[in-house]
Design a protein around this ligand. Structure first.
Ligand SMILES: [Mg+2]
Length: 250
């Protein structure tokens, strides 16, 4: 009688997280920052806070990636520039000082409301026992280091790689290869958990990692063969159980 060889399973040894909107609740901070700006300037009152959030996110993506990450602007200049555009979209032309004031109002409320994503500490605490833990993030080193300290998550993290250090942002394979090299990790023994399909999931998938998509907004999954899905970090035991799901470990 023939025996069938069991499917060879790869042991997962490393787990890499995205930072903003995965371990850190950026959306909450940003919403509170924008609420403060919305309250202060009447030109925004004809739109809802949700509409302002959507517009802000779009401008943030454009300016942050094209200017800050490539050193064309300081983060303060980019913040003021962002608000200049938000005013312009309301038909209001403002000078640099007004834009800078709005940016400061945003920043103060943003900082005040910083918090971890629900379940972030619990999952790190549990995973730290069995895996090497990394973070890959499209942001500045100083900004992310300070945030990690503030959120009291630093003790769980073996290594953080930023786009500033890698000189390229996610989803460029170079940033994923850099963290794998630094962690001495093999891609197929590594799981990436992140909220951005484009930056985290496709980037990690193309680097040969296993992927778990933190799909907060219940969006349709672009390709279920590429990543397993979760809605929250709140159930770390369940998330770990996904590591042995058929098709995930091979
Ligand atoms: Mg993110």
């Amino acid at each position: 009688m023939k025996t069938v060889n069991p499917v060879k399973k790869t042991m997962i040894k490393n787990v890499i997280f995205d930072f903003d909107d995965t371990l850190f609740d950026h959306r909450h901070s940003s919403r509170e920052g924008l609420r403060a700006v919305w309250k202060r300037y009447t030109c925004f009152h004809e739109m809802t806070l949700e509409e302002l959030e959507a517009e802000h996110a779009e401008i943030l993506e454009q300016i942050h990636f094209s200017h800050v990450l490539f050193g064309k602007m300081t983060i303060e200049e980019a913040r003021a520039e962002r608000f200049k555009f938000l005013f312009l979209d309301r038909g209001v032309e403002v000078d640099y000082n007004t834009a800078e004031n709005a940016a400061q109002i945003y920043r103060m409320a943003y900082q005040k409301h910083r918090r971890r994503s629900e379940g972030a500490e619990e999952i790190l605490k549990l995973f730290k026992k069995d895996y090497k833990i990394g973070i890959i993030t499209n942001n500045l080193i100083s900004e992310q280091e300070e945030k990690l300290e503030f959120l009291e998550l630093k003790k769980y993290i073996d290594l953080m790689v930023t786009s500033e250090e890698a000189r390229v942002p996610k989803p460029d394979p170079q940033i994923f290869n850099l963290i794998l090299t630094k962690l001495k990790a093999k891609p197929d023994e590594t799981v990436m958990i992140g909220d951005s399909w484009e930056h985290d999931i496709m980037g990690a998938h193309n680097a040969g990692m296993k992927c778990i998509w933190l799909n907060h907004n219940k969006l349709p999954c672009p390709d279920p063969a590429v990543a397993l899905e979760i809605r929250t970090l709140k159930n770390p035991e369940y998330i770990r159980s996904l590591f042995s799901t058929a098709g995930f470990s091979k």
